[in-house]
Structures are given as structure tokens and as C-alpha cells.
Design a protein around this ligand. Structure first.
Ligand SMILES: Cc1ncc(COP(=O)(O)O)c(C=O)c1O
Length: 439
């Protein structure tokens, strides 16, 4: 049992601080599929932390690696110096992601990974004598973290509203949900080519000679689990190739097994020029984000650098931090040992059936899934968007021993990949009961 702490000083991000203080949802410990609260009450984690604890919580192999690293090397710079494990981890990531994504740049979060990808794209074009290519194309309802780069190319209105669009050279593709049938499983229906062709209109407006890159989440996560329609990413790739525009995938959620494959690039069979990752890279244990980058881009930087000149003026004090890298190596080892990247069609099917079994429950207006990402939309209460889903979340936490995530009126389900069928049953039954209890 842990005492309830004083809650005056900490400003919780993306939270109603007033609501939390009135009725705290305090998490004090975790193991495998479960959290426990300050009274020792066990709760099932149905969203892998924040889409990140893909190997489950406090796994012995990862914990031991972090502990050992803390005693061996607490910190080493990676500007002009380095330590062996950062190279070892990068080689593992280069093997993990599809070719030709073989160069790894490290940061501490998904937001920093987004910034790095945008800067690398700009610098790459400049080195090729195409410095006028400075415009970025994001997508409505996209989420790329909270840096000024990420919120500018992102498309979630509340995340930009109070801060403005400080990176002015951006435009946005339409989101992929309009006209999509309800209750989709996997890729959302046909029509992907047509939706991707909207990029041609944007190119027509600005001219390809001014456009640096297109950045999209292969499956939009934070906006409420929005799988792309069939053929969408393939067509985006073709258009980008035709117009010398880089394609950046933000795989902060989709990489490391969330779709039942190592990455969305592998799942969809369409490889970007830069792939951003974070979250699952260390199973959420130590902050780490980064990018894997196409060979030709890296080579351009190496070719351009003469003598001992710095080849990229970008990086973070904690890029490749020893603790994060040790956690990353152990995480990849565990994923491999337990086959967590390929939990198999059978488990995805079971998860899928579970999510869609909620489609006729009270308040539900849509259910969707792709791999182990599930979205359940509730009909919003007039004038109070998000209130229903929040009520379900609070009820699940306080009364039903289940931790879920909500975005507006969508309930998002994304369990750790070590889940068993019984965990899926418990998740679905509990959400179902909470929906029936909802006024
Ligand atoms: C697709 C995507 N990109 C970027 C981020 C930002 O990551 P972080 O919160 O680690 O900065 C997130 C976080 O949820 C994300 O889902």
C-alpha cells in the first residue's frame, strides 16, 4: 500500500488536472499484463501503457539489462564520442526494419523523432542542390507529437489551436475516413488510390519543386484508430517517387508488432524513405525514439561532408543514452525470443472478433480494427464531446479493474502483445458491461 501523494506541483500533460485531483487514477506498480493501484488492486492494462509496453510490464530480461547498464556506464556523449551499445542497437534496428532503411538516428521521444525526420528531409534536398524543396504535406487528423514541427504537419485541431501553426510551409492531405463503411476489419474498404490522388491536387497547387516530404501515420492512432483504405499507401509512394518527394512514415504506434508484423511498412509492403519510431522500441521502459533512414539519403550526407566536418547539425544530449539503448537491445531480444512481432493470424482474428462483438452495444456507432489496434466509437452527447468515453474510462478504472484509453468519444484498445485470449475476453466483457451501465 502506498500513500496518496500531494498533487499540487505536477502539471499532468493532456489531462484534466481538476478532474484527476478530484478522483485520482493512480498507478503504483505493474507486472506483465497488469497494473496495480496504491491499494494493491490489480487492473488489466488493455492499452499497453500508451501504446508502448508491447512486451508487457516489468519484464525480467529488460529490467536486468537496465539495472546492469546503470552500474556499468551511466552516460556517454554521442557527439564526437560514442559507446559500443549504441552501434549494436542500431545494427539490430537496421536488421529489424525493411531494406533499404539501414541508418538509425536516435532521439528520446516520438515528437523528437518527428522533428528529426523533417530536418533530415530538408537538409537532404539542400545537399542535392534542391534547397527550395521546403514544404511539408501532413494529413488531417494526423498526430506527430507536440513539437512545433509535429503540430504543424499534424492535423489535430486542439493540439494547434492555442499555439498557431508556427511552421508555415505546410499543407495537409484530407483524412482517409470520409465515405468509409462502418465496422471495417483491417484495411478500410477500397478507394485508397482515389484518396491518395488528392496529393496530386496539392502538388498542382504548390509545384513539386517546392515540396520536401509527405508525412503520414500508416494507421492514424491518436485520432482514434483510422486504418487506410486499400492501395492508399502504395499510391502515395508512387506519387512521391514520380515527383522527387520523400515519404515519411510515423510508426511511433504501428512499429514493433502492433499490426501483427514488425512494422506497418512490412504489413502494407510499402517502404518509406524515413520511418519514425519510439514507444515499443524499449517497450516503454526508458524514453527512446528515432528514425530509420534509406541508404541513399545517408550516402548523400556522407558524400557531401569533407574532412572532419560535421555531416548533420542535429542531435540530442540523450540520443542513444546508454540506459535507453540497453533497454532497446533487451526489448528486441525479448520480442525475438517470444515471437511477439508475429503473434499469428489466429490471435489477431480473436482480437478482431472481440472488438466487433461490441458493435451492437448501447451507444456504439462504429467498431474498427487493424492488427492489435481496436477503435470503438460512441455517439457523442450533444454539446459534450468526449464525455461518454471518459465516463466509460473512469468506470472501468474505478469499478471494473480495467485500464483503457480514450480519444474524444473513441475507446482505443491496444493490449500488450503478450496477451492471452482470456485477457481479450476480460477486456471486451468489461467494456461491454460499462457500456450497458452508461446512461
Ligand atoms: C504517431 C505518433 N507520433 C508521435 C507521437 C509522439 O510521441 P511522444 O509522446 O513520445 O513525443 C505519438 C504519441 O502518441 C504518436 O502516436
Amino acid at each position: 500500500m502506498t500513500a496518496m501523494p500531494k498533487m499540487d506541483a505536477f502539471w499532468m500533460p493532456f489531462s484534466s488536472n481538476k478532474n484527476f485531483r478530484a478522483n485520482p487514477r493512480m498507478i503504483a506498480g505493474a507486472k506483465d499484463m497488469y497494473y496495480h493501484d496504491i491499494n494493491g488492486r490489480k487492473m488489466l492494462d488493455a492499452c499497453a501503457g500508451l501504446w508502448c509496453c508491447n512486451a508487457g510490464h516489468c519484464r525480467d530480461h529488460i529490467v536486468a539489462a537496465i539495472q546492469k547498464q546503470a552500474t556499468e556506464l551511466d552516460f556517454s556523449p554521442v557527439f564526437q564520442y560514442a559507446h559500443p551499445k549504441v552501434f549494436e542497437f542500431s545494427e539490430m534496428l537496421a536488421d529489424f526494419f525493411p531494406d533499404p532503411l539501414n541508418t538509425v538516428f536516435l532521439a528520446n521521444s516520438g515528437s523528437e523523432a518527428a522533428d528529426s525526420s523533417l530536418k533530415i528531409a530538408l537538409a537532404y534536398h539542400r545537399l542535392r542542390g534542391k534547397g527550395e524543396k521546403q514544404l511539408f504535406i501532413g494529413r488531417e487528423r494526423g498526430y506527430h507529437g507536440v513539437g512545433f514541427g509535429g503540430i504543424s504537419v499534424g492535423g489535430m485541431v486542439k493540439n494547434r489551436l492555442w499555439f498557431g501553426n508556427q511552421m508555415l510551409r505546410v499543407d495537409h492531405l484530407p483524412h482517409t475516413q470520409s465515405g468509409i463503411a462502418k465496422n471495417t476489419r483491417g484495411e478500410a474498404a477500397d478507394g485508397g488510390e482515389e484518396k491518395a490522388n488528392k496529393l496530386l491536387d496539392i502538388i498542382g497547387l504548390h509545384d513539386a519543386s517546392t515540396i520536401a516530404a509527405v508525412i503520414v501515420e500508416p494507421v492514424a492512432g491518436s485520432a482514434g484508430v483510422l486504418p487506410p483504405p486499400k492501395g492508399y499507401l502504395k499510391r502515395l509512394r508512387e506519387i512521391c517517387d514520380e515527383h522527387d518527394i520523400l515519404l515519411i512514415y510515423d510508426e511511433v504506434i504501428t512499429a514493433f508488432g502492433r499490426l501483427g508484423k514488425s512494422s506497418a511498412a512490412e504489413y502494407f509492403g510499402v517502404v518509406p524513405d524515413i520511418l519514425n519510431f519510439a514507444k515499443g522500441a524499449t517497450s516503454g521502459t526508458v524514453p527512446l525514439g528515432g528514425n530509420v533512414i534509406r541508404d541513399e539519403i545517408r550516402q548523400t550526407f556522407l558524400d557531401a561532408a569533407s574532412g572532419s566536418a560535421i555531416d548533420l547539425f542535429h542531435g540530442y544530449t540523450y540520443s542513444g543514452h546508454p540506459l535507453a539503448v540497453a533497454a532497446g537491445i533487451a526489448t528486441l531480444e525479448l520480442y525475438e525470443k517470444e515471437g511477439l512481432m508475429e503473434r499469428g493470424a489466429e490471435m489477431v482474428k480473436y482480437f478482431e472478433e472481440g472488438i466487433h462483438s461490441l458493435k451492437d452495444h448501447p451507444h456504439v456507432i462504429d467498431t474498427r480494427n487493424i492488427g492489435f489496434m481496436g477503435g470503438i466509437d460512441l455517439a457523442p452527447t450533444a454539446g459534450k464531446p468526449g464525455e461518454k468515453a471518459m465516463t466509460v474510462m473512469e468506470d472501468c478504472f474505478h469499478n471494473r479493474d480495467l485500464v483503457i484509453r480514450v480519444a474524444a468519444d473513441t475507446i482505443a484498445v491496444s493490449p500488450p502483445l503478450i496477451m492471452e485470449k482470456t485477457h481479450i475476453d476480460q477486456t471486451i466483457d468489461t467494456i461491454g458491461a460499462a457500456l450497458k451501465a452508461l446512461k
